[in-house]
Design a protein around this ligand. Structure first.
Ligand SMILES: [Zn+2]
Length: 121
């Protein structure tokens, strides 16, 4: 089994409504997001999925989130913008683009340098 990953950092504001803690107030994070693909077969160049193709899709999805107030995005209309749900939303968006050999295996969202959430299906 092969796995490849691409990482990118975005800046977002959010608040967790109804949460009794500091994340209820409007604040921001520099989220580091890692998308991973897995699969058994490589192409003739020895690649699972071309990093160029992954980055094109990843950049397009993350551009929707970067420098926004997450609570205002339709993706979070009925979903609290926690690190867990941010990972889930990004996973679901990335899954819309299918590659021949690699499938999205996980999305990891680092909310701070010492804590992260992972979404897998
Ligand atoms: Zn927060």
């Amino acid at each position: 089994m092969f796995e490849i990953s691409v990482e990118k950092t975005i800046a977002c504001a959010h608040r967790l409504f109804g949460y009794n803690g500091p994340c209820e107030a409007l604040h921001g994070h520099n989220y580091t997001v890692v998308v991973s693909y897995e699969g058994e077969q490589l192409d003739q160049f020895g690649m699972l999925v071309d990093f160029v193709d992954v980055k094109r899709e990843f950049n397009a999805v993350l551009a929707v989130l970067d420098h926004t107030y997450l609570n205002d995005l339709p993706w979070f209309d009925n979903l609290s913008p926690s690190a867990e749900n941010i990972a889930k939303v990004i996973f679901q968006q990335m899954k819309k683009t299918q590659f021949e050999r690699g499938r999205v295996s996980s999305v990891k969202v680092w909310e701070t340098p010492t804590q992260f959430a992972i979404y897998r299906e």
